[in-house]
Ligand binder design. Structure first.
Ligand code: S3P
Length: 449
């Protein structure tokens, strides 16, 4: 699909953002571990979350969507059936890494596989701790999927461990904690900075004894043994996805005369780093109402067009906005002065090499950028030529970000492969259009004006 996004007059209106992708993934999986019936309200039903739902079906879990509630019916972790075929995690690394932990805790054999893109993503980071816990598991020679789990080295339980992760990754942390539900001693997990903590919040709400303390500025997550016997079915409402709101937030900030209200946005501090960064750069973003949902802070945001200044991002802030760099690159392109991103090498291991792709795609539209090993520098301008064909590279976040770029360039921006946005935000382009964006769909290869 080729999308033409033209310079737009303004964005105005109110939008309720879809359910959070990370929390939906977890709710689906954690509900599957609990014996009985769970209700997940306001789930994100999109490409990647369907992948999780399809995968757990092969373990004996059934589900149905009725109105706003996704019902999950499960025989429970202890009664999972070994899947008769490889579980296809398609493009979803969250599905693969979190499922690996759950399969390990269930003590059943399974093969986890996925798309070519997913096969390129590193799995050693979850295999190593699982092996230390006594899981019989290996990856392909390249260190990626397919991942084969053959069961465990001891009869009934896995071993607890103290694991110091070199990367701040919620997928790795969640995998270790989920495997640890079947451990006979505590699981202690350290990471360089606190990655999104939805797993800790949700497991604790399900009855698992888990706490976070701090050691020399590093988070230490400690989970007591016996977790699997506590898991209760869920009755939960999923907060709106900050990462989905991020595209609309930035679109409003860069499109002159815009003012939008984003409703029900998850504001967990481990996720909302982009908002803090954009505010520091002069972005007018205001929390106009705040409450709690599913143990998470949630709020309504008012965002207005702003003249942004360049900024610097590194350290812990990188972790708190890890999924937001494609759209942050767009904000930086319109900011006055220079914006520098450092200590963000992890971006090269996402759905695409996001450092390379952000730099390549921005420079194609006339933005001056410098690619660095662990980040990039953007030289902002209010007059960005545009006019080029942007490629999504099969990355949903890149597709939505490049569309936002076209809202304020001199010439339209054409986004090829834009349909990949449906992996995490199926209605994104319609919503942007309803707010006032000038977007048309062209027959593939037709870039006529
Ligand atoms: C996710 C964690 C992050 C993030 C991904 C979702 C999760 O990945 O990029 O979109 O739901 O746990 P890492 O844990 O690899 O940083």
């Amino acid at each position: 699909m080729l999308l033409k996004v033209s310079p737009s007059r303004s964005l105005k209106g109110e939008v309720t953002v879809p359910g959070d992708k990370s929390i939906t993934h977890r709710a689906m999986l954690f509900a599957s571990m609990a014996k009985g019936e769970s209700c997940i309200r306001n789930p994100l039903v999109s490409g990647v979350t369907r992948t999780m739902l399809d995968a757990v079906q092969f373990l004996g879990v059934s589900s149905s969507l009725e109105g706003n509630c996704l019902w999950i019916n499960s025989p429970g972790l202890e009664n999972f059936t070994p899947p008769p075929q490889p579980l296809n995690c398609k493009n979803s690394a969250t599905t693969m890494r979190l499922l690996a932990g759950v399969i390990a805790a269930a003590g059943i054999p399974a093969v986890l596989d996925g798309s070519e893109g997913l096969r390129r993503r590193p799995m050693g980071r979850v295999i190593e701790p699982l092996q230390q816990m006594g899981v019989l598991i290996h990856a392909s020679e390249s260190g990626g999927a397919p991942v084969e789990i053959m069961g465990r080295s001891t009869e009934r339980n896995l071993k607890g461990l103290r694991f110091e992760s070199p990367v701040a990754s919620a997928q790795v942390k969640s995998c270790v904690l989920l495997g640890g539900l079947a451990a006979n001693s505590p699981v202690v997990y350290l990471e360089p900075a606190l990655s999104r903590d939805h797993t800790e919040r949700m497991l604790s709400a399900q009855g698992v004894d888990i706490e976070t303390t701090w050691e020399a500025n590093r988070p230490v997550i400690t989970m007591q043994p016996g977790g699997r016997s506590h898991l209760r079915p869920l009755d939960v409402t999923i907060p709106g996805d900050f990462s989905a709101a991020a595209f609309l937030m930035t679109a409003a900030l860069i499109t002159p005369n815009s003012e939008v209200v984003l409703q029900g946005v998850g504001l967990n501090a481990t996720r909302a780093g982009l908002m803090a960064t954009l505010q520091e750069m002069g972005g007018e973003i205001e929390v106009i109402r705040q409450w709690d949902e599913a143990g998470e802070p949630v709020g309504d945001l008012r965002v207005a067009y702003s003249k942004l200044r360049g900024g610097k991002v590194g350290g812990r802030r990188v972790v708190e906005m890890i999924d937001e760099f494609p759209i942050f690159g767009i904000a930086a392109a319109f900011a006055e002065g220079t914006t520098e991103v450092a200590e963000a090498a992890e971006l090269r291991l996402k759905e695409s090499d996001r450092i390379r792709m952000i730099c390549d795609e921005l420079s194609k539209q006339g933005v001056r950028v410098i690619e660095k090993t662990d980040g990039f520098t953007v030289f902002g301008s209010t007059h960005i030529p545009g006019g080029g064909i942007a490629e999504s590279h099969g990355d949903h976040r890149l597709a939505m970000s490049l569309a936002a770029l076209g809202l304020n360039t001199q010439q339209p921006v054409f986004v090829r492969g834009a349909e990949i946005a449906a992996e995490s935000y199926p209605e994104f382009f319609q919503i942007l259009q309803a707010l006032g964006a000038e977007i048309t769909t062209l027959p593939d290869e037709d870039i006529g004006s």
